[in-house]
Design a protein around this ligand. Structure first.
Ligand SMILES: [Zn+2]
Length: 261
């Protein structure tokens, strides 16, 4: 029988036993926000939950890991103008995550890993990591699914441009076609290139794809009418499956390093 990997499905006694084996806690975090006309609001949450499950299933025979109940909401200020977006305020989200971590530490867990499916959560998570460590002694890591570390190879291999892979884009749509095809409405998918904040539109530093050390407050209405940034029409379930496989493997490598710390 496969070891139980979901925190919430264990009994009090079982959790106690696993915490004493120095299990890593994996916390999927996503968002509820507009994802164009063709993807559901919970896209980031669905992807982070499923990726976390796959990682846990793969690595659990090496050392114990537990998938904590997902944080479905995130920081989605950039999409707040579109219907359906539910964005938590910085203080609320920070306090929520901090409280969860403190409770976990009280229960004996010393390593906590956030598996983050939404770019808007990244800065907030990064700010919190050290604060929580200093406060509790726990080692906290945040892993962003679409970080350059994981994405570079995919872009090269599938000949995708940086702007094909941004929001409700080729990659997110492909992941959803693999994980929850019944929620993808390809007949409503359309490509949208950002109107602003690209080299083509005359911006050298204020770029959506980022300039190291320069952050600016872009909002979805600056750059997109449909809510899409990128090209979902290139998405396929095969691409989703292949990238998912390498992503899961790479994140397992990261977890092995965290285990070593
Ligand atoms: Zn998304």
């Amino acid at each position: 029988m496969m070891a139980q990997i979901f925190f919430g499905e264990l009994s009090s006694e079982e959790v106690d036993k696993i915490s004493s084996q120095e299990a890593l806690i994996l916390i999927p975090i996503g968002s509820i926000e507009q994802h164009g006309h063709h993807l559901p609001l919970a896209t980031d949450s669905i992807i982070s939950q499923e990726v976390t499950r796959l990682i846990a299933e793969r690595i659990n025979n090496e050392f114990p890991v537990l998938v904590f109940p997902q944080i479905p909401f995130g920081k989605s200020t950039e999409h707040a103008s579109k219907p359906g977006t539910i964005s938590l305020e910085t203080e609320v989200l920070t306090n929520l995550l901090r409280n969860i971590c403190k409770n976990l530490v009280k229960n004996g867990f010393k390593k906590i890993v956030f598996i983050n499916g939404h770019g808007g959560n990244t800065n907030l998570l990064n700010t919190m990591l050290r604060e929580i460590r200093e406060e509790t002694g726990a080692f906290i890591t945040s892993i962003y699914l679409y970080s350059e570390t994981f994405l570079k190879e995919t872009l090269d291999r599938f000949k995708l441009e940086e702007l094909d892979v941004f929001h409700a884009c080729t990659l997110e749509t492909s992941f959803m076609m693999t994980l929850k095809p019944e929620l993808v409405h390809m007949e409503k998918a359309s490509k949208e290139k950002p109107h602003k904040f690209t080299e083509e539109s005359g911006y050298k530093y204020l770029k959506l794809t980022g300039s190291k050390g320069i952050e600016f407050s872009w909002l979805i209405d600056d750059v997109s009418d449909s809510g899409v940034i990128g090209d979902p029409t290139k998405a396929t379930a095969e691409l989703g499956q292949e990238v998912l496989e390498s992503l899961v493997e790479k994140i397992c490598e990261v977890l092995r390093e965290i285990k070593k710390v």
